[in-house]
Design a protein around this ligand. Sequence first.
Ligand code: NAP
Length: 273
Amino acid sequence: MNAIPEKLYGIIGHPLGHTMSPALHNSGFSMFSLPSVYMAFPTPPEKLADFMTAFRTLPLYGASVTIPHKETVMEYVDRITPRATLVGAVNTLYWDNGVLVGDNTDVLGFMAPLIDSPATYSRALVLGAGGAAKAVLAGLKELGVHNVTICNRTAHRAASLAVQFDVDCVDWDARGIVEADLVINTTPMGMAGDHVDKTTFAEEMFTGKGTAYDLVYNPLETVFLRTAKAAGWETIDGLHMFAAQGAEQFRLWTGENIPHDHIRNLVTDMLNL
Ligand code: NAP
């Protein structure tokens, strides 16, 4: 008979829809023989306060936080890490000696495939100005990429992030003429479903040489990445970020490191089902 789990973890958001996080973390608990379980806790906004009270009383040892709670959850924690402060959003809750900490592992997740790369980038172009773009801008800052330009379909959102992160901003229609050697798609264009055939960056916009980084990971090869590859650019798919942000959550909770390749294989298998 399996041991009864002693520690609870989970993801809060609303609606939660189909999330890969339970598979990722439960597979980590099996890998390290930990008596723990990770569950989906669909939590509508009006229930967040109750959930956070329960978090302090039940054997809850950590949680992932997703839309729409990433900002609002910040008022319920005891400490916010510098990364989460910079982004203005929390995606991870963990305990540090009885202190409830709010962190943002999306920043490290975004940086992970770039940290070891020998390439240095002269200018990064960020497409989109939603929640994920903030983690990207924080990551670029931490990586020391000084020349960064942001653009967004709704101009004022890009303008606001440009001020917050002290980067340049151009009109959405001018994105193709920015001379960038790292172009990052942070929009859902290319994602499985209605947007699968769409891209934010057309063929003629990939000039010179560079790296295209898509945050979308379903499918793994988006139109954006396929077009980039055809133009001779290097590509990075969104599963690198997803695996790294999840592995970092697991490390914060357990001290153990799930190999990124293990997560890649797990998620790839699930996407191919
Ligand atoms: P979000 O806050 O809703 O922002 C969406 C962004 O996409 C906005 O800037 C929006 O522009 C833009 N956009 C939407 N439709 C567009 C269109 N038709 N043309 C041009 N721009 C469009 O979403 P998010 O949380 O930032 O997430 C964005 C994507 O990143 C999602 O696909 C998500 O799955 C992915 N993501 C991946 C990871 C990972 O680990 N790989 C982590 C986080 C997010 P407007 O302001 O004009 O609406």
